[in-house]
Design a protein around this ligand. Structure first.
Ligand code: CA
Ligand code: CA
Ligand code: CA
Ligand code: CA
Length: 474
């Protein structure tokens, strides 16, 4: 209103208004809000423009050179690169700080770098301070709503390749003639949106890669996203046992679209450091697993090769009701790893389709990644005279940082992007992420339950869904 009056008024009126503003600012105790009508806040975008005609600078501290404010305009959920201001031409040591923000749901990354990155979930005006040498400048980022409201859920599946497992070729369903790209399309149809269906990643190493239609903001101190699975807790187990049931942890990788080509590239991935990515010794069930003779090592450079089965024909008399004779083919899918181990995946009486991905033409499949320790312990009681053997594997839960490891409604299934580390294991300061990869982290057979196989369902941006979950760090 006021601005419009100025625009249509005479030069004289304008002078009077300017004087009035000056008087008002002079009378106020508060920090002056600079709304100079000569600098419309829309001209922005190019922060490199030389400060034309520096102000007289009378209000600045004597030894701090005056510089013009820099303005940026951006949209919510969009990564913005904040370039080093041109007035720091010869200064390398630049620091960024947030002075005020209309919401907590934003991130500015690389605060000590010449170039910072900014992304916000809510619109409004974010005011930053940037310092270098004895110069201090102000950067104002105006964040507007995007033209289209982003989806809180997965928007696109880029790749899907399960390792052999009992739900492979079923979740999603393989049909005669399907190729790899047909199966990726099916995984896309099953995972995208709110009403997603469960897909299987099969045995260790099997993976899915997907993305969101916006950047999920890495809010400081909070978990940012969640990838649903079908983990559940079981009442069966030893007294006072830690959380366990069906916990089939999928290792999580994240990426943001550094080169802005709308897809994840090999050099864009970071690892979410789940609670056992380096060692399982802090897991609450570690001692139980050790005592039961489980393989509790974490192998960070693991590789497994699965071979196509020579036959799909049942060769054992299997009984669905007998927990000790569930196998229909004992030596079914031969596997070997890069640590001189080998073995066979078992085919069970409950699922008769091939467990080897039917669209794959190669006779072997190779996967790479972190191999987590064995978390499945037989907690069934053998009561002589009552039962031959009561077999019930409880798959204990890892503390945090995985998919399909804690129930979807539990805080421990939510992921903080600040858990991300680089290839050297150093924490990284990511502004947010666009892409997620999940692969099954456990190579384990659990009796009649079958192999540990991560399931993946709906993905959620927690901030877009209005969920606030505090983070944890070891
Ligand atoms: Ca966060
Ligand atoms: Ca599961
Ligand atoms: Ca990219
Ligand atoms: Ca499973």
């Amino acid at each position: 209103m006021r601005r419009k009056d100025i625009a249509i008024g005479s030069r004289q009126n304008m002078l009077i208004v300017l004087l009035l503003i000056a008087v008002l600012i002079g009378c106020s105790d508060e920090e002056p809000i600079v709304t100079s009508p000569e600098v419309p806040d829309t001209e922005i975008e190019n922060p490199d423009k030389e400060a034309e005609d520096p102000d007289t600078g009378t209000e600045d501290p004597a030894d701090s050179p005056s510089v013009e404010d820099i303005n940026y305009e951006t949209k919510t959920f969009t990564l913005l690169t904040l370039e080093k201001p041109s007035y720091f031409a010869s200064i390398d040591d630049v620091k960024w700080n947030v002075i005020s923000s209309p919401s907590e749901l934003f991130r500015i990354s690389h605060l000590d770098a010449q170039t910072a990155m900014f992304v916000a979930a809510n619109e409004g005006e974010y005011t930053l301070k940037v310092t270098g040498g004895d110069i201090e400048g102000k950067v104002i980022v105006s964040v507007a709503k995007p033209n289209k409201q982003p989806s809180p859920y997965i928007s696109k599946v880029f790749d899907y390749m399960p390792a052999p497992g009992q739900f492979v070729n079923k979740l999603p369903e393989y049909e005669e003639g399907d190729t790899h790209s047909d199966m990726v399309r099916k995984a896309n149809e099953w995972l995208v949106g709110k009403d997603a269906w469960t897909i299987t990643l099969g045995g260790w190493g099997g993976y899915v890669v997907f993305g969101f239609d916006h950047t999920i903001v890495n809010v400081q101190g909070r978990r940012d996203f969640r990838i649903n699975g079908n983990a559940f807790g079981s009442a069966i187990g030893r007294p006072g046992a830690p959380f366990g049931g069906s916990c089939e942890p999928g290792v999580i990788m994240v990426a943001y679209d550094k080169n802005k080509n709308a897809k994840p590239d090999d050099d864009e991935w970071y690892e979410i450091k789940g609670s056992a990515n380096f060692s399982a010794e802090s897991e609450p069930w570690y001692d139980i697993a050790l005592e039961k003779g489980k393989d509790t090592q974490v192998i960070r450079d693991y590789e497994m090769i699965y071979h196509r089965p020579s036959s799909e024909e049942q060769n054992i008399e299997a009984q669905p009701d007998n927990p000790n004779s569930f196998a229909s083919i004992q030596n079914y899918i031969y596997w070997e790893d890069n640590k001189n181990n080998s073995g066979y995946k078992v085919k069970n009486v409950y699922y008769n389709q091939s467990y080897y991905p039917a669209w794959v033409e190669d006779d072997k499949l190779t996967f790479n990644g972190i191999r987590l320790p064995e978390n499945g312990i037989n907690e069934g009681d053998h009561i002589p005279g009552m039962n031959d053997a009561n077999v019930y594997f409880v798959l204990y839960g890892f503390r945090y940082g995985y998919a399909d490891n804690y129930p979807n409604i539990h805080d421990n299934s939510a992921i903080d992007i600040d858990w991300a580390i680089d290839k050297e294991g150093n924490r990284v300061d990511l502004p947010g992420i666009d892409f997620v990869k999940i692969y099954n982290g456990v190579n384990q057979e659990n009796g009649w339950l079958g192999e540990s196989s991560t399931e993946v369902e709906r993905g959620e941006d927690l901030h877009l869904l209005g969920k606030s979950i505090d983070t944890v760090f070891d």
